[in-house]
Design a protein around this ligand. Structure first.
Ligand SMILES: Cc1cc2nc3c(=O)[nH]c(=O)nc-3n(C[C@H](O)[C@H](O)[C@H](O)COP(=O)(O)OP(=O)(O)OC[C@H]3O[C@@H](n4cnc5c(N)ncnc54)[C@H](O)[C@@H]3O)c2cc1C
Length: 454
């Protein structure tokens, strides 16, 4: 929460008072909240650090990516996927869907605005959200509600390895991998065996590279379909009727029948079944899209963990084996960036993941339930409903007359298309005509004045 020293730089740059919530992130989660708010006619401002919506999907995913889950589980509220799209849309089709979704709901994010800090000011009961822009001074947004939709995958995780700095081959993360074309004929070490690691190995095979996949811990590989039905859908349906451990037994029996014993190929299964493991916050099972047959045929070689990188292009594995490789791709996952900017530790604990969708003082989280896009859509509906109720109550309150406080600063404002007002202070005077309008529009406590913020 804000201390006095934190408030000293209030209004030091451009300041925007927002009539409604500020949403951080214009990925699927942020777009879903905006759509729900738009439906309820609650105004909002959405901030996005990159220059486009869905930047994860546009800039940080590989070319061959298709939705891992069937399209009906990846829809955002109110608008289903077009009928002519396949069951597993390509990333380009998914991006097209998101773009038309944003157009339909007239969602117009403020691009290139990266939230650098957000803190709740108890004195005035408002959030102060600061952003930085390339080559420009930052903007400060002041709002009653803050929705964190910055994603579970905001930052790449790159583990540290002894000797990696001296390794002379090419090193990259899955988020920068586009296609295996540049690896043609190369020996590539892919670190990680989640959905991305598996698919990158398959893509490398398609481009005549030789992938070695580092598998350190047990992993569940399931067929993407069982008897022509999506495994995910089957799991969802069955788990409505029976306990997870029973569904797990069914899934694993089917997996053994369809895929064989994966342990034989170096892919040991965890003790806990795939759904129980996922439910306990563990690893998501891999849905096989063809990688396993390349592992069986020996085109993809499974290797144990890395011990260290050696001079030149050598890597030593934990079993003592030394491999000569040209490149390393870390498919080692992502994490949240929330701890780097949100000054709050009740809803969001230290690891950047919230313990629910609603915190105190108008703070919300969307898209962190580790349930993919369908989980984000459910969060968005709940969050927007909650904000709508509060916003309506508090807007009603604002029809009370407000005493004009004694100001030291003069604010000028212009109403934007998103119904936010932009201010800059220019003198030590109070604009007596303007301020009551401002207070009526924006300040949630009727007796609160602008001077409280300066
Ligand atoms: C390769 C891959 C495949 C996947 N496939 C599926 C799938 O098939 N089905 C499924 O359900 N899920 C899938 N997922 C998970 C997927 O990431 C999410 O379901 C979905 O993108 C989550 O949307 P989001 O809006 O919560 O997060 P993101 O898509 O990550 O969007 C967050 C946005 O916030 C912005 N942002 C972050 N920090 C800030 C800041 N400080 N200031 C301003 N803006 C900020 C980011 O730039 C980004 O645009 C996949 C993930 C990956 C990596």
């Amino acid at each position: 929460m804000a201390r006095k020293s934190d408030r000293e730089d209030y209004f030091s740059g451009r300041c925007i008072l927002v009539n409604g919530p500020v949403i951080v992130g214009a990925g699927p989660s942020g777009l879903a909240v905006c759509a729900c708010l738009r439906k309820q006619e609650v105004p909002f401002v959405i901030l996005e650090k990159d220059d486009c919506i869905a930047s994860l999907w546009k800039n940080r995913t590989y070319d061959r990516l298709k939705l891992h889950l069937p399209k009906q589980f990846c829809e955002l509220p109110f608008i289903p996927f077009p009928h002519n799209l396949p069951q597993y849309p390509t990333k380009h089709q998914f991006i097209g869907y998101l773009e038309s979704y944003a157009r339909h709901f007239k969602i117009d994010p403020r691009f290139n605005e990266s939230v650098s800090s957000a803190m709740y000011d108890e004195t005035c009961g408002l959030w102060r959200v600061k952003t930085v822009r390339r080559n420009e001074s930052g903007v400060e947004y002041i709002c009653r509600w803050l929705v964190v939709a910055s994603g579970e995958n905001a930052e790449k995780i790159v583990p540290e390895f002894q000797g990696l700095d001296e390794f002379q081959g090419h090193v990259t993360h899955a988020c920068d991998y586009k296609t295996g074309e540049v690896y043609r004929g190369k020996r590539v070490l892919v670190v990680g065996c989640g959905n991305s690691g598996m698919e990158i190995c398959l893509d490398l095979c398609h481009h005549n590279a030789t992938p070695f996949m580092v598998v350190r811990s047990p992993v569940h590989v399931l067929p993407r379909e069982i008897l022509g039905k999506s495994t995910f859908e089957l799991a969802v349906t069955l788990s409505k009727w029976m306990p997870l451990w029973v569904v797990d037994k069914i899934l694993l029996s089917a997996a053994t029948l369809i895929l064989g014993n994966t342990q034989k190929y170096g892919l040991k299964r965890p003790c806990l079944g795939p759904l129980q493991l996922k439910n306990s916050g563990g690893k998501t099972p891999v849905l096989d899209t063809g990688t396993l047959s390349r592992i069986k045929s020996g085109e993809i070689k499974i290797v144990p963990g890395i011990n260290k990188f050696l001079h030149g292009d050598l890597v030593e594995l934990v079993n003592g084996e030394v491999l000569e490789i040209d490149s390393v791709i870390f498919a080692t996952g992502y994490t949240s960036n929330v701890p780097s900017w949100l000054k709050e530790n009740e809803l969001f604990s230290g690891d950047g993941f919230p313990n629910g969708w609603k915190g105190k003082a108008g703070l919300y989280a969307v898209g962190f339930a580790r349930k993919g896009i369908s989980g984000a859509a459910l969060d968005a509906i709940k969050v927007a409903q909650d904000i709508n109720k509060l916003w309506r109550n508090e807007t009603k309150q604002k029809s009370h007359s407000i005493g004009v406080p004694c100001h030291q600063r003069f604010l000028i404002g212009t109403v934007g298309t998103d119904r936010s007002i932009e201010f800059g202070y220019i003198s030590n005077h109070l604009d007596l005509e303007f301020t009551p309008v401002l207070l009526n529009l924006f300040f949630c406590q009727p007796d609160l004045g602008v001077s409280d913020y300066t």
